[in-house]
Design a protein around this ligand. Structure first.
Ligand code: AP5
Length: 216
């Protein structure tokens, strides 16, 4: 029997938030709210916010709290969130967590779990610099750990794969530094609220089993 859950996925860049959101969504119809994806879409559409965000993302810096929280609030008001949701990459600061609480309480929703993907820094940097994404469907691959069947071609839709501009070694290091400085205080914040599920496994099947146990 499927449980309806409202989850946050938190972790350093490259910890696996997007990969395991996609794997969970294959079996569980819930809303996936990735603030990184929302911002990349703004960049692609060349909106004012997209142009502003592109500069910050290229430097590995965070978009202002109020801007991102406003976007998430709008998204959480959509009816598909009634089936449960995964917040992937949000909140990223204590201020964002407070704004999220305000939004959830005004929408009559609540959080069930915060899943923290804990991965060593050397693994993170290897993963980020070898990551590939599908240009069309967004599927995530890795040259070293999760390669496509045919080099540079998406297994699912046959489109070309590309490397995200913020996955250079230099930007990956800045993003990691931003994670420790601005996002890691959230770990204690949610631990104190008794919401934390910490995943230290790196094996894909074992992680899927832990996540499935949360929902089934
Ligand atoms: P965002 O897109 O959210 O990036 P991120 O948090 O840095 O996370 P990533 O997408 O890089 O990594 P991931 O954890 O999803 O890992 P993945 O599954 O791809 O944000 C980008 C930017 O937008 C930010 O820098 C910021 O500027 C801005 N932004 C976004 N949200 C914001 C917010 N709330 N506030 C302010 N600004 C915000 O996996 C990585 C690689 O590892 C892949 O190649 C994958 O195949 C591989 N992999 C994953 N898991 C495993 C495993 N277990 N074993 C082997 N390989 C694995």
């Amino acid at each position: 029997m499927l449980k309806q859950k409202n989850l946050i996925f938190v972790g350093a860049p490259g910890a696996g938030k997007g990969t395991f959101s996609a794997l969970l969504l294959e079996r569980h119809p819930m809303a996936h709210i990735s603030t990184g994806d929302i911002l990349r879409d703004e960049v692609k559409r060349d909106t004012e916010l997209g142009r502003e965000a592109a500069k910050l993302m290229k430097e590995g810096k965070l978009v202002p709290d109020e801007v991102i929280a406003g976007m998430v609030r709008e998204r959480l008001a959509q009816p598909d969130c009634d089936n449960g949701f995964i917040l992937d990459g949000f909140p990223r600061t204590i201020r964002q967590a407070e704004l999220l609480e305000e939004a959830l309480s005004s929408l009559g929703r609540k959080l069930d779990r915060v899943v923290y993907f804990k991965v060593d820094d050397d693994v993170i940097l290897k993963r980020l610099t070898a990551r590939l994404n599908c240009r069309k469907c967004g599927k995530i691959y890795n040259k070293l750990f999760m390669p496509p069947k045919v080099e540079n071609v998406c297994d699912d839709c046959g489109s070309e794969l590309f490397q995200r501009p913020d996955d250079s070694l230099e930007t990956a290091k800045s993003r990691l530094e931003v994670f420790y400085r601005q996002t890691s205080p959230l770990i204690d914040y949610y631990r104190k609220q008794g919401l934390m599920l910490e995943i230290t496994e790196t094996d894909k099947d074992k992680i899927c089993a832990v996540l499935a146990a949360e929902l089934e």
